[in-house]
Design a protein around this ligand. Structure first.
Ligand SMILES: O=C(O)c1cc(=O)[nH]c(=O)n1[C@@H]1O[C@H](COP(=O)(O)O)[C@@H](O)[C@H]1O
Length: 244
């Protein structure tokens, strides 16, 4: 697959895992002009909230709001309704909440759109098995039998049945998810580590190049960029890895 630099940048979701808006703004200044997707997770959202998300949208970024909702259907419906009104491009729920919970998220989206707020329909995806979860943790700690891939595929099929647009999984499961749910069902893959990068708490990893070759739609990358001495150089080198 041959990507231009801008296409490659657009497939990268930078995880803005920072304690406050000032720290995240510093990174945004360093990455200015590179058309990446930006991911706001719970650390930054709980600190900087909707105003920070609005600021990203005003600057033209695509925004993935990663709050991983997992609650009773009625509560998730309300959460999805509020998130949709923020105008984000993508948000997620946990597939482990079940089909009715995922459908409730879509109902919350529909209700927000029918209110005439003028926002676009966000892509709604489900987290399958966290990329920090290893085979041993799944079987021995969480107590779910079978392989990680089996568990991911079960969740992916459930998400598709519920009407969602795709899943979060590791790049190692992209091929199996696409086979089970179709090529248009989106895969969003954290667990990305350039060769030699610190693995940290991730378990199921691949390099950016390997992930794109698996056919991932978007790759979520945090610390390999944000913890680098020169984040812009780190991101540019990942983009180069994707275009060759
Ligand atoms: O939903 C996510 O984005 C997510 C799901 C998952 O299974 N694993 C995972 O790492 N993430 C997020 O992806 C990002 C990965 O960050 P790094 O490990 O620093 O590259 C973090 O913001 C995580 O919250």
């Amino acid at each position: 697959m041959q990507l231009t630099q801008d296409q490659a940048a657009g497939r990268i979701m930078v995880a803005l895992d920072y304690p406050d808006a000032a720290a995240a703004e510093k990174l945004l200044r360093e990455l200015a002009g590179i058309p990446c997707y930006m991911k706001v997770g719970m650390q930054l959202f709980y600190a900087a909230g909707p105003a920070f998300v609005a600021g990203l949208k005003e600057r033209g970024y695509h925004v993935f709001l990663d709050l991983k909702m997992h609650d009773i259907p009625n509560t998730v419906k309300g959460g999805a309704n509020s998130i949709t009104k923020l105008g984000v491009d993508m948000f997620n729920v946990h597939a482990a909440g079940g089909a009715s919970m995922m459908q409730a998220a879509l109902e919350g989206v529909d209700a927000a759109l029918s209110g005439g707020s003028g926002v676009v329909r966000p892509t709604v995806i489900a987290v399958t098995q966290l990329t920090s979860t290893s085979q041993a943790v799944l079987n021995d700690e969480i107590g779910i039998g079978g392989s990680i891939a089996d568990a991911v595929i079960r969740y992916a099929k459930l998400a598709k049945l519920a009407g969602l647009d795709g899943v979060v999984a590791s790049p190692q499961e992209v091929t199996a998810v696409k086979e089970a749910c179709g090529s248009r069902f989106k895969t969003i893959t954290p667990g990305i580590r350039p060769a030699g990068a610190e693995v940290g708490d991730q378990s199921r990893i691949m390099t950016p190049r390997q992930a794109i070759e698996q056919g991932t739609d978007f790759m979520v990358i945090g610390r390999p960029i944000t913890a680098a001495a020169n984040p812009r150089a780190a991101l540019e080198s990942i983009i180069e890895e994707l275009v060759v």
